[in-house]
Design a binder for this molecule. Structure first.
Ligand SMILES: [Zn+2]
Ligand SMILES: [Zn+2]
Length: 244
């Protein structure tokens, strides 16, 4: 192997390790923050759930590596090799593309999630890949990344694949990751942080918040979506809201 190839592999590996630390740190800080808010807003909600939270933490930290490795390699390729369609010049595409790309990314991620999630509820796949996530009954703010490695892999490849296909400004990509992080945690934390008027509004009928995903964890065979209720409505798998 040539020296330049070895140094490229080393740099990509370092980037993967750095990204794993970032994803793990982001998880601990944001889940910890929402767990702390939960202890203030709903005192005692996680009472007696220490062992489950320990399992959620361990699975989530393993998932951080599975998410961090492809993201780190792609981030290295973007910086060093001009890979991906991530752009930094706001004028590289029309301005309307900034908000539109956010919605496109969320919709595509949601679509991938809905269909892979339904597939993971087939009995054999469920036992192998998805039972870990459903072992959280009810889930807590620490369950956001509590996945078996097979399930984590299906989630980890989405955004690293999309950046090769759909142009996105680096700041919008940051916004996608922020929404992904916040909704992943708050949808599992066991109480609704959005106001009732929003959750029960016409807009709320199309958005997924804790009240919607909680019902998935209670009843399993419904409410499979991630951000939007579009696919659940279209495929008649939407069973409305729980009352966390
Ligand atoms: Zn869940
Ligand atoms: Zn599920």
């Amino acid at each position: 192997m040539s020296d330049s190839l070895i140094s490229a592999i080393l740099a990509a590996a370092l980037s993967a390790i750095a990204m794993t630390v970032i994803v793990g740190g982001r998880y601990v800080i944001t889940s910890g923050l929402f767990a702390w808010i939960t202890s203030r807003v709903r005192p005692g909600l996680y009472h007696g759930m220490g062992p489950q939270i320990g399992r959620e933490l361990r699975w989530s930290l393993l998932s951080a590596a599975i998410y961090g490795i492809p993201a780190g390699i792609v981030a290295w390729g973007w910086q060093q090799r001009g890979w991906t369609r991530i752009y930094t010049d706001v004028d590289a595409y029309p301005l309307w593309w900034l908000p539109a790309s956010l919605l496109v990314y969320l919709f595509l991620h949601d679509t991938w999630f809905y269909w892979t999630h339904r597939w993971m509820h087939r009995p054999k796949v469920f036992a192998a890949a998805h039972a870990v996530h459903h072992a959280s009954r009810p889930p807590t703010a620490w369950a956001a990344m509590s996945f078996h490695p097979l399930e984590a892999l299906t989630g980890a490849i989405v955004v690293p694949a999309l950046v090769f296909l759909v142009p996105i400004h680096v700041a919008v990509l940051g916004a996608v990751l922020l929404v992904m992080t916040i909704m992943g945690i708050t949808n599992h934390m066991g109480w609704e942080m959005f106001p009732r008027w929003l959750v029960h509004s016409p807009l709320g009928a199309w958005l997924i918040t804790a009240s919607h995903h909680q019902r998935h964890h209670e009843q399993y065979k419904c409410n499979y979506g991630l951000y939007f209720r579009f696919w659940d409505h279209l495929c008649a798998t939407d069973r409305g809201l729980s009352a966390p």
